[in-house]
Design a protein around this ligand. Structure first.
Ligand SMILES: Cc1cc2nc3c(=O)[nH]c(=O)nc-3n(C[C@H](O)[C@H](O)[C@H](O)COP(=O)(O)OP(=O)(O)OC[C@H]3O[C@@H](n4cnc5c(N)ncnc54)[C@H](O)[C@@H]3O)c2cc1C
Length: 598
């Protein structure tokens, strides 16, 4: 199984050029995030990711997790790797200092997350969900929740999100778990929750479940939901976790990938009711959950990027080693060529590389916008950034996770038959990547949300502003001439297709929302492809100028940025007109074949 080595140069490049690290470090509260400090953080963490966490990945996949007498046993090496994450203080990098975090920008935390996830996605899900719990408690918690929050911030205890039930998946309004008040101010929670990630395990002394449940007399639908903190173990007077609460893990799922991440069926209240503490207001459960959704969806987008990067590293290593046939253009009689010399293998590798760079640009760029929405001193700028985040998040979540699956599949293809057998690890990446388009809001729901709620924001002004920026960029890139002229022209055409599809959506939405919904996935893909291509083109324009100045210390690194942008413009951007046609094809065709004859 190929190792993982964090691509520090690429990550740093994305932090500097796409997240805008230097400007972030000027925002109030982020002054300590200067380039030198961040660079040493990245360097330090890359060692932990590569040397300690990554080696647990394949073994964890093979061993999986096991439920023994109500306790989930994690694979060998996990406890030690997790302990090192906690002891090193790596889990609260972007949590505010007032809660015990390090107060770094989200963009910096995302860089660490990328490495941690590439190293071991199944393990990484545990701190990812804990982070969500921290965000929610920081926003809505009070003194009752404070002892839990403190332990979650360090990672000594871990958190879960308990939303899904057998009849309530995408439709959370159907949640049936119940919470009844008790005289002492606590609540008793009961009901069944399914698919709960890291819902039970042996890595931490306590687990803090955040549970969506319905209070007595609450209205039907999502307005009737409240959020409760339900600990696995209640706390003694001195704050030590002791007696087990009334929560049991009754099964762990057997599943396609992320075998080392326990996906639990949890039963609350079989013995009369689990003790729970209300968070925020009665009826405010879904609103509270939404505070951490953007950040959580960004993290899931990072999963697509991270798995694709690891799959790429494995494919590249294999393509250099494996020899088959004589590549066109090589000396006859020189012995079999490494497959990396075959044009089609090069196409696969460069497709992976270009898509990964585009994803990284979008992910880190979005993280930077989240930071501006939180820390910019000017309220108008904060609001503008928030609106931009709303537009970008469904794209980061869905576009990156769909690509994660596609690129893991390409990585497997580069391995040939050795990819299909488990020995090389390529198959594991493909299996692991497959969950990300499903959880944290399916990609279909993200696309629907994008076209029906976000595109029409402010009468289309939020997306309109993006289109204006893209047009200006395409013109500037075209104007640069030389090898970039083609990039600019293709970008201009792709932006034109995106603008046409956007106009169509805005026109049909009021009368025919189902027509917009039918093309939503194609539209989201189109927006992602164009934003990704634009980010690569922007950077290529800047690097081209630097290269023209000569004396660049690492000209090869910069030249590759230009080559990758040109490849993306030539092979991905032309897809935009087809995607725009699909996005605007309406709902008549998808409903043309009656359901009985599907
Ligand atoms: C490994 C794993 C880990 C998970 N971890 C957690 C966790 O920690 N906590 C938690 O609460 N949940 C968790 N989940 C649950 C996950 O979030 C849900 O599976 C997901 O939200 C989809 O719900 P569902 O499975 O009921 O699918 P459904 O809602 O039944 O969807 C089935 C299909 O119909 C489509 N669909 C449904 N409704 C619509 C609509 N309105 N418009 C368009 N298309 C629609 C969907 O896009 C999908 O393609 C996890 C699931 C898995 C498999």
């Amino acid at each position: 199984v190929a190792d993982y080595s964090a691509p520090l140069d690429d990550i740093t490049f994305a932090l500097v050029h796409h997240a805008g690290l230097a400007e972030l470090a000027e925002l109030p509260g982020y002054e300590h995030a200067d380039a030198e400090v961040v660079s040493s953080l990245l360097m330090e963490f890359s060692k932990l990711a590569g040397e300690v966490i990554a080696p647990t990945n394949a073994a964890g996949d093979r061993q999986g997790v096991h439920l023994e007498a109500g306790i989930v046993r994690t694979p060998g090496g996990f406890a030690d790797a997790y302990r090192q994450l906690v002891d090193g203080g790596w889990l609260a990098v972007d949590v505010a200092e007032e809660y015990g975090g390090a107060g770094f920008p989200v963009a910096v935390a995302v860089a660490l997350e990328e490495m941690r996830t590439a190293a071991n996605m199944a393990l990484s899900l545990c701190p990812m969900l804990t982070h969500g719990a921290v965000e929610l408690l920081a926003a809505y918690g009070d003194d009752t929740h404070r002892p839990y929050l403190e332990k979650l911030v360090t990672g000594e205890w871990t958190g879960t999100m308990c939303l899904t039930e057998p009849d309530a998946g995408s439709d959370l309004g159907a949640v049936r778990a119940a919470a009844t008040p008790v005289e002492d101010g606590t609540w008793r929670v009961s009901g069944a929750k399914i698919f709960i990630t890291w819902g039970e395990h042996d890595l931490a002394e306590n687990i803090v479940h955040l549970v969506l449940a319905r209070t007595p007399g609450a209205p039907a639908g999502s307005k009737g939901l409240s959020c409760f903190l339900v600990p696995k173990r209640a706390l003694d007077a001195d704050g030590t976790p002791s007696a087990r609460n009334d929560v049991t893990c009754i099964a762990v799922e057997d599943k396609l990938g992320i075998h080392a991440s326990p996906t639990c069926v949890l039963s609350f209240g079989e013995g009369g009711g689990a003790v729970g503490y209300l968070i925020g207001e009665v009826g405010g459960g879904l609103r509270a959950m939404f505070t951490m959704m953007n950040r959580a969806r960004l993290s899931v987008g990072v999963e697509g990027l991270a798995i694709a990067e690891r799959a790429y590293q494995a494919a590249r290593a294999h393509a250099v080693e494996r020899r088959q046939g004589h590549a066109l253009g090589t000396e006859p009689g020189a012995g079999p060529s490494p497959i990396v010399e075959h044009a089609d293998v090069r196409r696969m590798l460069l497709t992976m590389r270009a898509r990964i760079e585009a994803m990284r640009a979008l992910v880190y760029g979005t993280a930077g916008v989240i930071d501006r929405s939180r820390a910019h001193p000017d309220a108008t700028a904060r609001v503008a950034a928030e609106e931009r985040v709303r537009l970008l998040i469904p794209v980061v979540k869905s576009w990156c996770t769909d690509l994660g699956v596609e690129l893991a599949s390409l990585g497997l293809q580069v391995h040939g038959g050795m990819g299909y057998v488990e020995e090389t690890g390529a198959a594991q990446h493909y299996r692991d990547a497959r969950i990300a388009p499903i959880y944290e809001g399916t990609n279909g729901i993200q696309a629907d949300d994008l076209v029906r709620r976000t595109v029409p924001l402010a009468g289309g002004a939020v997306v309109g502003e993006v289109l204006d920026e893209l047009r200006a960029l395409a013109e500037a890139v075209t104007g640069a001439g030389g090898p970039l002229e083609d990039v600019g022209v293709r970008l201009g055409e792709a932006v034109g297709a995106l603008a046409r599809a956007t106009r169509w959506l805005l026109d049909v939405l009021p009368e025919h929302p189902r027509a917009a919904a039918a093309g939503s996935s194609a539209y989201l893909r189109l927006l992602g492809d164009v934003l990704g291509g634009a980010a690569l083109a922007r950077v290529a324009l800047a690097t081209q100028a630097r290269l023209a100045g000569g004396l660049e210390p690492d000209a090869g690194f910069l030249e590759d940025r230009v080559a990758v942008a040109r490849f993306y413009a030539a092979t991905v951007l032309p897809l935009a007109s087809g995607l725009a046609a699909a996005a605007t094809s309406g709902d008549g065709l998808v409903f043309a074949v009656p359901f009985e004859r599907l």
